[in-house]
Design a protein around this ligand. Structure first.
Ligand SMILES: Cc1cc2nc3c(=O)[nH]c(=O)nc-3n(C[C@H](O)[C@H](O)[C@H](O)COP(=O)(O)O)c2cc1C
Ligand code: SF4
Length: 438
């Protein structure tokens, strides 16, 4: 299978090698077309965002105003702080020039002369590697003002790296823009959406690292080629990051729509000791967990996972074997979102704290039998009632883990009777699965 994002070519991260394999030809091709033609190609390719929401990339680009007296910006999201996600750093290390070329093409398509790559602050090594690639591209006149001469057009774009300071919330696109502006990373209320009112109040597009790395290949080989790979409504390849109880954890580039069992058993080497899988989170810790006995025949694409009651998210697959203590797992996940909540809105700020408190009580064996419904009630009251999707990211693991593994939670109760609270009834049919409200 041909790899698009992480090709098996030795030293592909080096500029000379990248150029030898046709690197920086796609931007030439793109510059020979109108920006609308480039957007149309990306739209028709079916490329969908790899940052979590799987939104159509070409459609997002088309939201940028054509006529405006304000500068336009491109933000490239490499914050990658979702537990279970570790794929964007592979691109910084093994294919930085294809990312840079993708940024150039996206900037041209939306009419931006300035792009900011926002990278998770702890990624020291990968920040250095991307900076080196960027310096090399600048030195050869492939980026910046010198582009005009190199490519013989009037277009140029400067690319800046902006380091985060370790806050998960700064991966949320509006918090990311606040952070670039030098402010605390508080998500903004939407609408207005970034294409209308983004960075410094100007039209802005935000895309994930992996999303943009696909773009040069689409321009070079055509939208039909890309659209024919993988799942029909969610085409291309995707970087599956497999972690947890597997023999060979790692990042595997495979077509969308690959069987989940194929990824686990044929690529990630199966489960140590041939144990059964109890639970799987298919797209990073914020996505609804699935039962291990429900994954037979399940394909890894946005539509299939939605139908199965979860979501593709960042395709970070977390595998838990039959001996895993799911009460502890959920307590750990909940602690993460409690710590990372920015505290701006009450349901998330207070709710994540309450959920953590109750789950810690369960882990300590001090929970009351009513605590199961109580924690689900708190989660249900966060879901859909917050400024940004961190609320859902915190609520979904609690709601769905308990719905799908209730017996595990009942087993740790001390059976003290406390009158039941009035609970909001919850079922998958009532819950709209979206990651970002775009
Ligand atoms: C709490 C939170 C954290 C997020 N973190 C990231 C991240 O680290 N990287 C990323 O690309 N998108 C992240 N997102 C999604 C972004 O808001 C945005 O949808 C994405 O960068 C858009 O790019 P795409 O359309 O190419 O997927 C996060 C969203 C939320 C709610
Ligand atoms: S949902 Fe949570 S993280 Fe998002 S704005 Fe509200 S408090 Fe902050």
């Amino acid at each position: 299978m041909e790899k698009i994002v992480l090709p098996d070519i030795e030293n592909f991260h080096e500029l000379d090698v990248y150029k030898k394999h046709g690197g920086y030809e796609a931007i030439r091709k793109a510059l020979a077309q109108t920006p609308d033609e480039v957007i149309d190609t990306v739209k028709k390719s079916g490329l969908r965002g790899r940052g979590g929401a799987a939104f159509s990339t070409g459609l997002k680009w088309s939201f940028m105003p054509k006529t405006t007296d304000k500068p336009k910006y491109l933000c490239v999201n490499g914050d990658e702080s979702e537990p279970g996600s570790f794929k964007d750093r592979q691109i910084f290390e093994y294919n930085p020039h294809q990312l840079i070329e993708g940024i150039l093409i996206a900037a041209y398509a939306i009419g931006s002369n300035n792009a900011y790559v926002y990278i998770r602050g702890e990624y020291h090594k990968w920040i250095r590697l991307l900076q080196k690639a960027l310096d090399d591209a600048y030195a050869e006149g492939l980026v910046g003002e010198a582009m005009k001469k190199t490519y013989g057009t009037n277009f140029h774009v400067d690319i800046f790296i902006h380091k985060g300071a370790g806050a998960y919330i700064c991966g949320e696109e509006s918090a990311l823009m606040e952070s670039i502006e030098g402010k605390r990373g508080y998500p903004r209320v939407k609408p207005p959406f970034p294409a209308q009112n983004g960075l410094w109040g100007c039209p802005t597009t935000i895309n994930n690292i992996e999303t943009l790395t696909n773009v040069p290949a689409i321009i070079n080989k055509g939208w039909e080629w890309f659209a024919a790979i993988g799942a029909e409504r969610h085409p291309g390849t995707i970087l599956y990051g497999v972690s947890g109880h597997v023999n060979k954890p790692g990042v595997y580039e495979l077509p969308t729509g690959t069987l989940l069992t194929d990824i686990i058993y044929n690529y990630a080497g199966g489960v140590p000791g041939d144990k059964k899988i109890k639970c799987i989170i298919p797209g990073g810790s914020s996505m609804p967990p699935l039962r291990g006995d429900s994954i037979e025949g399940l394909r890894m694409d946005a539509e299939s996972l939605k139908a199965a009651g979860s979501s593709i998210g960042t395709a970070g697959i977390m595998v838990m074997d039959e001996d895993t203590d799911l009460v502890k797992v959920l307590a750990r996940i909940t602690r993460f979102y409690y710590i990372e909540s920015c505290g701006q809105c009450t349901p998330c700020r207070e709710g994540t704290g309450w959920m953590k408190k109750i789950l810690d009580r369960m882990v300590a064996g001090k929970a009351r039998s009513s605590d199961i419904d109580l924690v689900v009630n708190v989660a249900s009251n966060i879901d859909g009632n917050t400024i940004c999707a961190l609320g859902e990211a915190a609520a979904w693991p609690v709601m769905y883990m308990i719905e799908r593994f209730r017996d595990e939670f009942e087993a740790v109760m001390d059976n003290t009777y406390v009158p039941p609270i009035k609970n909001k009834v919850h079922s998958m049919r009532q819950t709209k699965i979206t990651v970002d409200r775009y």
